[in-house]
Design a protein around this ligand. Structure first.
Ligand code: SF4
Length: 376
């Protein structure tokens, strides 16, 4: 919680800050320096009458949630080549979409993507404003506002982590972002121009990604440095936003049992239930990892008895906990009683399966050449 002195400081900086002067300078900079992104309709194209496609804006925004631009580019291209319209995505098999998403993480996004595409196809089009968009699965305030601003030119505030950082510096906020959310939102709303709100949103994103970066902001190159409280009066912009005290991520432990068919090297996979962590994704049989560091491991937790060999551990960091998987391997004995939902995946199809990174790590720990290219 902010102290009363800090709240007073925050509101003083916010009052002294003239939000109307930001958009013209930023848009002028964006016209010259906008990043060329596969999903973006740049300022030049917009001036020539090209309209952004809400499907592509939505798809890119969902992919970009918690994921970097560099990681998203190839996935975005693959998705738009395979499913060029929302109708084609709606008609796709769930497994194909999940397999195409594999490796991008946060798999609930892929499940929501399928559900939202079907809702949009049923309604014969995307909702036409931010409020309507918010009713789609997986679309929260940030995503709905980003789509509405970029695709429809609706003047709504678009606030992601980059924008929070930029505004924290513009106002020299003495508080962590978490305590200043509504002030940041109000500031962005006041800065957002009625004309070109989509370009303004993307200009803020570009500024945060290329100039007002987390560690070493390039303030001398910044088009709005003459309005920036932190740059003009301190503290050092690189020290903002103020960090909230960090909570340590808990550790959890579980076991992965990688079973291989003796005759052809096929790997036994089990599809996880549709909801919950990694829902709908496949992987080797693993014990529960919802518990703290007391997950069931060792041969006693195996799905069937075999000569299980201990292959060491695979580690993976989820947002809320760190997982250590104790990895076991065995050739499946004839007539083994396979766990429910299990299926044999031929070795050559393994790389194309909807396998989340943690499951790939477990398989690679047991069968080092499982993915041939060596890439996980
Ligand atoms: S002057 Fe520096 S800190 Fe301020 S907005 Fe620009 S890059 Fe960020």
């Amino acid at each position: 919680m902010a102290s009363s002195r800090q709240v007073a400081e925050m509101s003083d900086n916010a009052k002294a800050f003239d939000s109307r002067m930001i958009a013209p300078a930023l848009l002028d900079w964006y016209d010259r320096h906008a990043r060329d992104l596969p999903w973006r309709t740049g300022p030049e194209a917009l001036r020539n009458g090209v309209r952004p496609d809400p499907y592509r804006v939505w798809l890119s925004e969902v992919m970009l949630q918690q994921t970097t631009v560099a990681a998203v580019k190839s996935y975005y291209r693959r998705f738009t080549v395979t499913w060029p319209t929302v109708e084609s995505l709606a008609a796709a098999a769930d497994d194909d979409v999940m397999a195409a998403w594999a490796g991008l993480g946060y798999y609930s996004r892929a499940r929501n993507l399928i559900a939202a595409a079907r809702k949009v196809a049923e309604a014969s089009g995307f909702p036409g404003n931010a409020e309507g968009l918010r009713a789609l699965p997986g679309v929260g305030e940030y995503t709905s506002n980003a789509i509405a601003a970029i695709a429809y030119g609706e003047a709504v505030p678009v606030v992601d982590g980059n924008v929070e950082r930029v505004v924290s510096r513009l106002l020299a906020l003495a508080e962590p972002v978490k305590s200043a959310k509504s002030l940041i939102r109000e500031t962005v709303a006041a800065m957002t121009p009625l004309d070109r709100p989509g370009d303004f949103a993307q200009a803020m994103m570009d500024l945060g990604a290329t100039i007002c970066t987390p560690k070493r902001p390039a303030c001398v190159l910044c088009p709005i440095n003459d309005r920036c409280t932190a740059f003009l009066a301190g503290p050092d912009p690189a020290t903002l936003p103020v960090k909230a005290p960090k909570k340590e991520r808990p550790s959890r432990l579980a076991a992965a049992f990688v079973a291989e068919r003796a005759t052809d090297g096929a790997v036994l996979l089990v599809r996880r239930p549709p909801s919950g962590l990694l829902g709908g994704m496949a992987g080797p049989y693993v014990t529960e990892f919802s518990s703290k560091k007391d997950g069931a491991t060792g041969e006693g937790a195996a799905p069937f008895s075999a000569d299980w060999v201990d292959c060491g551990t695979a580690e993976h960091g989820f947002t809320h906990f760190l997982l250590t998987l104790e990895v076991m391997w065995a050739q499946t004995p004839h007539g083994a009683d396979l766990p429910p939902g299990a299926f044999w995946c031929p070795r050559e199809r393994l790389a194309g399966e909807a396998l989340p990174t943690v499951m790939r790590k477990a398989i690679a720990a047991a069968i080092p050449d499982a993915f041939n290219s060596g890439k996980i």
